[in-house]
Design a protein around this ligand. Sequence first.
Ligand code: SAM
Length: 284
Amino acid sequence: MSQIPEVPGSQDDSSEEMEQEGLSVDDADNADETGDGEETVYEPLDPFSAPAPGLYLVATPIGNLEDMTYRAVRILKASDLILAEDTRHSRVLLGHYGISRPSESYNDFNKEKRTPGYVDRLKNGERLALICDAGTPGIADPAFNLVKAALAEGIKVYPIPGPCAMVAAVTASGLPTDRFSFENFPPKKSAQRLRKLESLKQRWGGEEQHAPTLIFYVSPHQIRQFLEEIAEVFGPDMHVVLARELTKKFEEFLSDTAAKLREYYRERTPRGEYVLLLHPQNKR
Ligand code: SAM
């Protein structure tokens, strides 16, 4: 990553790479007949061809097991080792898809210790697949450490795209999607959360019409308090969307003012997984 790679010297270089990745060269040739990049390359012709060595960031479902791509399954089945945030949790997914490769845990508690060993294995030409508890590795989870260390050693890192809670939430929220800012989990302490909200408000300045939609991952026990703090900093009429239990049986989008949503949760207990979004232009 530190250097811009040279342009491949011959057609053969790129053909070889595509075949290693499981794509046929014919597929790739046909994929973009017009040369304007509009066609899509679909499934590999040969499902048994081995993926190239490297680190694979494999996105997995955020609830609904049907949201797994064919490519994700193929890569996991061909991996020398699967690194999972929680191996007990991922056993359900892997079992569902008949994936029986060795797996080890890679999480916030062991990432510093384990990263060098995995980089060594990658340098020896192995294929390591990294999955998180749900969604896209690298978004609010420990994947970044290994990605950074691998790239520093010139190891190839392949994204295998798929579900991501914040993308699912913002695209269906009705809030602007042309600019958005992912703010991860809000701080644990109320005073820090208020400071964070104040600084985000400052960033909007007087240019509210160009402000990005703000996106947070929020634990259910923080929802009530956070809605109150949003109302305190941005005013009770700030438009908030709560995207809950995405892709699951009780999926719901609640879209209203911070004050009304706070009122709604006076009678009910927030349950499940939440993405919280807000944008000033949609003040009600
Ligand atoms: N890497 C994941 C991704 O791509 O979205 C996110 C991992 S982060 C540790 C977990 C948080 O994502 C949850 O606390 C919740 O805020 C959000 N999340 C995950 N799945 C969700 C779902 N099905 N519905 C709503 N939010 C979800």
